[in-house]
Write a protein that binds this ligand. Structure first.
Ligand code: GDP
Ligand code: MG
Length: 207
């Protein structure tokens, strides 16, 4: 049997960080399950969600990690960042303090980056007889691999009580070389676009 196109499979780890209650868990549940929860306490315990998308006829999976609330105690561990190749840094457009925290989150991401083995999971499969054999399980990314980062201003539906302007968000993102998007997990605005933009960027960088 001929080897088929599209036998490769990609798996990328992506993390979501930012202050407590900015909407991280709801962004993920909106993207992965099209669900929204008014009660933030309901979002406990899920480590990550895996979401697939097709790019160039290939299945690309993003393993998207959400904190279990440990950011409240500034206790996000390096294990959380380990292996991440994409990151969403989220703030709440109605709370300036959450925007002020972005610098600290970026610092933490960078520190995690220095101590991290950035592994690009690039699994390819060969068809041999009736068995799929797996080879090339993982491929070490070069140490200068950059993490695809997006600054996300969430709660766009609350624009009437906005405390951080679009321009401020945009220029911070530009300074830091990040993507920028304002979203609403509540009404779904830009949520899918944001996730897919980062996943596509990662794919383009490693493929
Ligand atoms: P996390 O602590 O960053 O994970 O934040 P959560 O996802 O738990 O959300 C915190 C609170 O903000 C909850 O009450 C959510 O219902 C609310 N929330 C999250 N996203 C949005 C949004 O886009 N718009 C509005 N209005 N509320 C949101
Ligand atoms: Mg949460």
């Amino acid at each position: 049997m001929e080897e088929e196109e599209g036998g490769e499979e990609y798996l990328f780890k992506v993390v979501i960080i930012g202050d407590s209650a900015v909407g991280k868990s709801n962004l993920l549940s909106r993207y992965a399950r099209n669900e929204f929860n008014m009660n933030s306490k309901a979002t406990i315990g899920v480590e990550f969600q895996t979401q697939s998308m097709e790019i160039d006829g290939k299945e690309v999976k993003a393993q998207i990690w959400d904190t279990a609330g440990q950011e409240r105690f500034r206790a996000v561990t390096s294990a959380y960042y380990r292996g991440a190749i994409g990151a969403f840094i989220v703030y709440d457009i109605t709370r300036r303090t959450t925007f002020d925290s972005v610098a600290r989150w970026l610092g933490e991401l960078n520190n995690g980056k220095l101590t991290t083995d950035r592994v690009v999971f690039n699994r390819s499969w060969d068809y041999k007889g009736l068995e799929w054999t797996r080879h090339g399980i993982s491929e070490q990314a070069h140490s200068d691999t950059t993490i695809a980062r997006m600054l996300v201003g969430n709660k766009l539906d609350l624009e009437n009580i906005r405390a951080v302007s679009v321009e401020e968000g945009k220029s911070l993102a530009e300074e830091e070389g990040m993507f920028f998007m304002e979203t609403s997990a509540l009404d779904s605005t830009n949520v899918r676009t944001a996730f897919e933009m980062v996943i596509k960027d990662i794919y383009n960088n490693v493929s």
